[in-house]
Design a protein around this ligand. Structure first.
Ligand code: NDP
Length: 234
């Protein structure tokens, strides 16, 4: 069944792969982007997810074009890597605003329409470092761990209305975000990854497709790691 899907941060990286995958499987997909162009066949909405008015407008625009959002994939995210003691407060705020507060706000707005439909899917893109911690990523890890608490609380609040809320926790994935990693840090990640390689955005997209599809109808509050085994068991 074709669903109205909104993926935040869908012009590049993991979000783009998710949007392409879901559009390729027949869904009506829209993405938010601040710059760049959306994939072919995907509607692009200009939106900074930290701007509440822009988020409301984006959801209205998608509803008008594809119908009320039935599937929200909260993917947009940033890092500002530095040891916490050397991190300016504004960087901490920026990470928390983008990676946590914006997700809470968007989930709240999207869930409102899903309640009426008594069906919906929320997928939050977290990270393996939410569970392992990561030196230089204190605020990022805190935000990504916060998404797990958010998802599990919403799973309780929205479950009775047929809405599932799940988390995908990628490991090291090759995108713009990880391109700048110090080679030594990248090696550490690979050494901690049983599959001994970085993942591809398409591999994360496949997990998201599973969670939004009918085969995942009885799965909520789950964390699905997509990290080649990075952090397993944590
Ligand atoms: P990229 O840096 O390649 O892309 C980040 C995306 O987020 C871009 O589409 C960007 O939009 C969007 N974005 C950032 N800030 C905002 C904002 N304020 N408003 C709207 N959009 C915004 O990262 P990835 O594709 O690698 O990451 C996607 C998600 O996966 C993130 O949440 C990240 O934390 C998570 N993740 C990534 C891992 C990895 O190894 N790559 C590992 C674990 C988790 P724009 O193009 O407009 O800048």
């Amino acid at each position: 069944m074709s669903r109205s899907v909104l993926v935040t941060g869908g012009a590049r990286g993991i979000g783009r792969a998710i949007a392409e995958d879901l559009a390729g499987h027949g869904h009506r997909v829209a993405v938010t982007c601040r710059q760049g162009t959306p994939p072919a066949g995907v509607h692009g909405v200009t939106c900074d997810v930290t701007d509440p008015a822009a988020v409301e407008q984006a959801l209205r625009e998608v509803a008008a074009i594809h119908g009320e959002v039935e599937v929200l994939v909260a993917n947009a995210g940033i890092t500002r890597d530095a040891l916490l003691l050397a991190t300016p407060d504004r960087d901490v705020d920026e990470v928390l605003d983008t990676d946590l507060r914006a997700v809470i706000r968007m989930a709240k707005l999207a869930a409102r329409a899903m309640l009426g439909a008594r069906w919906g899917r929320l997928v939050l893109i977290s990270s393996a470092v939410a569970f392992t911690g990561s030196p230089g990523q204190a605020a990022y890890s805190a935000a990504k761990a916060g998404l797990v608490g958010l998802a599990r609380s919403l799973a309780w609040e929205l479950g009775p209305r047929g809405i599932t809320v799940n988390v995908v926790a990628p490991g090291l994935i090759d995108t713009d975000m990880t391109r700048g990693l110090r080679p030594a840090r990248r090696e550490e990640y690979l050494a901690a990854t049983p599959l001994r390689r970085a993942g591809r955005p398409e591999e994360v997209a496949a997990a998201v497709r599973f969670l939004v599809g009918d085969d995942a109808s009885f799965i909520t509050g789950a964390v699905l790691p997509v990290g080649g085994g990075l952090g397993m068991g944590v």
